[in-house]
Design a protein around this ligand. Structure first.
Ligand SMILES: [Zn+2]
Length: 561
């Protein structure tokens, strides 16, 4: 059926081309740019699970420009890095967001990518300590440029469950950048964007309390036989309040909503549905796409990431989150058709990273797989340093693939290549480690054709990334207490293997030529392509315009000149 739809679209285009006059005008800029990100959506979910979809996901894939070979080219495939790559059109080496958190050498501790002590949280619910903002994003986002360059600035709205995703999509200013906080029991924003609650969000929050979902039960939406694989797969690690099998109840420990309820709610499709309703409310409240300007709406759906970490990529839970997201996105697109007008807006659909299969499921097939203990890597580095430089202790810190050493230790190893080699050998002896590099070795190795070093370099930002970079083997990922993956997770992401790097890219609507495209592209190509459609220029970009997906210029009458 999909092929038939595509043929119809293709023949419609052939007719359009035949009727076009010689004098063609560029397509008018979209009235609204919609960037939709699904956290942890693997590129192959479209091929694998797409038959379960009949709503918005189906419409995007069938009616859009689907890039089937899109992948991040860097090592640290995590949420904050991926969203910032989508929003800026640059890689971490340029935008500086090397991870969800990294070790701040000046502060002597790990810092979250959007954590900002100079800011406060503005809550639509209970008061929340601390602040979050975009100060560590080192280049402007597309939405920043849409606010800045056109004569009539864009209205910018972003929403997500996670602060780092709403902030990364928004950039440095926004009319409303909104996310969920369990501490607030509802929605929040930051003093980076507003000095007071945004009235329409406040009205939405009070009319739609998250606590209204207390007691709801998450069941499979489709008939059970429509789901692939088994419900309770090997190695699944559901949260302690759920089992590995449906149904999953959204319960509190007592009668009132508590931390357990909010954790369950965030990891359920009900949180995605909530964002869909907030998106529709935002379009109406701010008349997005209904003025003489190009507006920006960024939505990052977060439930899939939490569900994928706990249940893995072949679970019924992952399939059900997508089947329900298909409906949620369909409702958003239907609303945009009614308000902005079909063909007047452009959607860019993608993901921030993929996910590895659950190691126990891979190992059961006789393939090497496992969890790489960050503490074991630190201890190995410690032993190597003692062997190379004499009795320690040496302060070794780690953050995902990055190892951080004291500056004088790094200097001593720089002066003594044989000692440096001893340290690398010690790290590589840890089960699950594929490769290890000192930072200054990345470039020469990359130039010599080492693809691991190349991937590490694209994600490397001096001063934020590690003094050493450790690369896991395929089907291994880091587990650590300090950030890169929750120790309890069934699976994770954050490597440069296909299952982590490969994500969907679908462009849809205004100015886009539908079809399937097999060229290898990256999510950094999204912002330059949207910028081109909108007639703005990005200052920094690593990505390129996806020219094959641009619709031919619209036919028009001859203009006098
Ligand atoms: Zn994740």
């Amino acid at each position: 059926m999909m092929i038939a739809v595509r043929r119809r679209v293709a023949s419609a285009f052939a007719l359009l081309l035949l009727s076009a006059s010689a004098f063609a005008a560029p397509a008018p800029p979209p009235r609204l740019v919609v960037v939709m990100v699904v956290d942890q959506m693997r590129g192959d979910y479209i091929e694998r699970y797409g038959f379960q979809w009949t709503g918005g996901l189906r419409r995007l894939v069938d009616g859009g420009a689907w890039f089937r070979r899109a992948a991040y080219p860097y090592l640290t495939t995590v949420t904050c890095a991926g969203h910032t790559t989508i929003s800026t059109g640059a890689f971490p080496r340029t935008h500086g967001i090397v991870g969800n958190s990294w070790f701040d050498r000046d502060l002597g501790r790990s810092v979250g990518c959007t954590r900002d002590a100079s800011l406060t949280t503005i809550s639509y619910g209970a008061p929340v300590e601390g602040g979050e903002g975009p100060s560590r994003i080192l280049v402007p986002t597309l939405s920043d440029e849409l606010r800045t360059q056109p004569p009539v600035p864009a209205r910018v709205v972003t929403l997500s469950m996670k602060e780092r995703t709403a902030i990364a999509l928004a950039g440095h200013r926004a009319d409303a950048a909104t996310w969920f906080s369990a501490a607030a029991g509802g929605l929040v924003t930051s003093s980076a964007y507003t000095s007071a609650p945004v009235p329409y969000v406040a009205a939405f929050a009070s009319a739609n309390p998250v606590s209204a979902d207390l007691g709801k039960v998450w069941t499979r939406m489709l008939p059970a036989e429509r789901y692939l694989y088994t419900d309770a797969g090997k190695g699944e690690k559901p949260p302690q309040f759920w089992s590995a099998e449906f149904p999953h109840a959204l319960k509190a420990k007592g009668a009132v909503p508590d931390a357990q309820f909010f954790e369950a709610w965030e990891a359920s499709p009900f949180s995605d549905e909530y964002l869909g309703r907030l998106a529709i409310t935002s379009v109406d409240a701010l008349k997005l796409g209904q003025g003489r300007r190009t507006d920006f709406l960024g939505i990052s759906f977060s439930a899939l990431d939490l569900v994928g970490h706990d249940f893995g990529p072949t679970s019924h839970e992952v399939q059900d989150v997508l089947a329900r997201l298909d409906r949620t996105i369909g409702a958003v697109l239907d609303h945009l058709d009614r308000t902005v007008g079909a063909g007047n807006y452009v959607v860019a659909f993608s993901a921030d990273h993929g996910v590895a299969p659950i190691p126990e499921q891979v190992a059961a097939q006789g393939i090497d797989a496992g969890r790489l203990d960050a503490a074991a890597v630190r201890q190995a580095a410690q032993r190597g340093l003692e062997r190379a430089l004499g009795a320690g202790p040496y302060l070794v810190r780690s953050q995902g693939s990055d190892l951080i050493l004291p500056a004088d230790t790094v200097e001593a190893l720089r002066r003594d290549p044989r000692a440096a080699d001893v340290v690398l050998r010690a790290i590589k002896s840890v089960p699950g480690v594929a490769a290890a590099y000192f930072a200054e070795q990345l470039e020469p190795h990359a130039v010599a054709g080492d693809r691991d070093a190349r991937a590490a370099l694209v994600g490397y930002f001096p001063g934020r990334s590690g003094d050493l970079v450790v690369v896991p083997k395929p089907y291994w990922f880091f587990v650590s207490a300090d950030g890169s993956a929750q120790p309890g997770s069934a699976t994770s992401h954050g490597t440069m293997y296909g299952y982590d790097q490969h994500v969907p890219i679908v462009l849809f609507g205004n100015g886009i030529k539908p079809g399937e495209y097999a060229r290898a592209v990256t999510p950094a190509d999204i912002a330059p392509t949207l910028a081109y459609l909108c007639g703005v220029t990005l200052a920094n970009r690593d990505g390129k315009v996806l020219t094959e997906a641009l619709a031919p210029p619209a036919p028009t009458v001859q203009r006098g000149r």
